[in-house]
Ligand binder design. Structure first.
Ligand code: 13P
Ligand code: SF4
Length: 311
């Protein structure tokens, strides 16, 4: 069976919408109705007019879509596609941590479970994190969770002193500065673009730091012809499509590996997407009270982003 053709057929028949993150394999990105970063995907999920969203991404992204479009059935091709960063912040430990800083507000990165979002004042994504933090007065005390790399980066840019939860993305945190030095030496004309989930030594070397959409736009607009990309391999697909004459090199995790794929994102395959669309499962199911509480900080983020013309 040609799963791609079947997915296209079923999508039309069921009037379903496929939302895909940039870290999906190219063939899934190519048949999606929308491909984007977490901010763009949340916005789409809120606006979508359909009875069925098939989310080609990780669990927290599909959960966010469900919260923003609660009447819509949301399916994720593989429920095991969970994000290591979101999983690094369990609810019980976070509640204990938060209790130590009772005069702080909580800003959490969207890469969290719905449960953590119920303990959050405002959500942010890598596409708006600095602006969301700066929308609060300078003396506002803030807990930032769960990514200590993104939090540290925001602290360094804004001069804040947010308390950071000790979490990391297991894909971005291991990207190696040694490999970058070597690549820069071999490609002195290349610009380094990095996702803010990378560790501080990598970020210090970057010419541009931003979300997946931010990095993509930077490579489109820049006059440079060669880019070293410190992120997950999937993003290269759209970069190559939108700038076919430019060259893109992905930063390996270490000297022996050039395969920094997110193992969770890559659990989604065209075959699983076909079954998810055909059988309308596995479905993301959330209690109404969780949706009610967890969507508030996401909607706050979208309101601030609209006010600041970021979306
Ligand atoms: P973006 O919102 O920048 O696409 O990042 C999501 C993510 O999980 C990166 O690892
Ligand atoms: Fe999560 Fe990292 Fe995968 Fe992004 S790349 S989904 S942060 S594990």
């Amino acid at each position: 069976m040609n799963f791609t053709e079947e997915v296209i057929k079923y999508k039309t028949k069921k009037n379903a919408v496929i939302l895909a993150h940039y870290y999906q394999v190219p063939e899934i990105q190519d048949i999606a109705d929308y491909v984007g970063d977490s901010l763009g995907l949340s916005q789409r999920a809120k606006e979508v007019k359909t009875n069925l969203i098939v989310f080609a991404g990780v669990h927290f992204m599909a959960e966010t879509a469900k919260m923003l479009s609660p009447e819509t059935k949301v399916v994720l091709p593989d429920l095991e596609a969970r994000c290591s960063l979101a999983e690094s912040c369990p609810l019980d430990k976070f509640v204990e941590f938060k209790a130590k800083y009772s005069d702080h507000i909580v800003i959490s990165y969207i890469n969290t479970t719905a449960a953590i979002k119920t303990e959050t004042d405002v959500v942010c994504t890598s596409g708006n994190a600095i602006q969301i933090v700066e929308s609060f007065p300078k003396d506002q005390k803030i807990i930032f969770a769960p990514d200590k790399n993104l939090g540290g980066y925001i602290n360094s840019v804004t001069g804040r002193n947010m308390v950071l939860w000790d979490g990391i993305c297991e894909v971005h945190d291991i990207l190696s500065t040694e490999a970058i030095f070597k690549m820069k030496t071999e490609n002195p004309d290349a610009m380094l673009v990095a996702h803010p989930e990378c560790n501080a030594p990598v970020l210090e070397l970057a010419d541009y730091i931003g979300s997946t959409t931010g990095m993509l736009k930077y490579t489109e607009k820049s006059e440079a012809e060669k880019f070293i990309v410190a992120s997950e391999t999937g993003i290269l697909h759209q970069m190559k499509l939108s700038s076919p004459a430019k060259q893109f090199l992905v930063v390996p995790s270490d000297e022996n590996c050039s395969c920094n794929d997110c193992p969770y994102m890559k659990l989604n395959t065209m075959e699983k997407l076909y079954f998810a669309l055909r059988d309308e499962k596995p479905e993301i199911v959330l209690d109404d009270d969780i949706i009610e509480k967890a969507k508030k900080p996401i909607e706050r983020m979208l309101d601030i982003s609209k006010r600041l013309n970021l979306i």
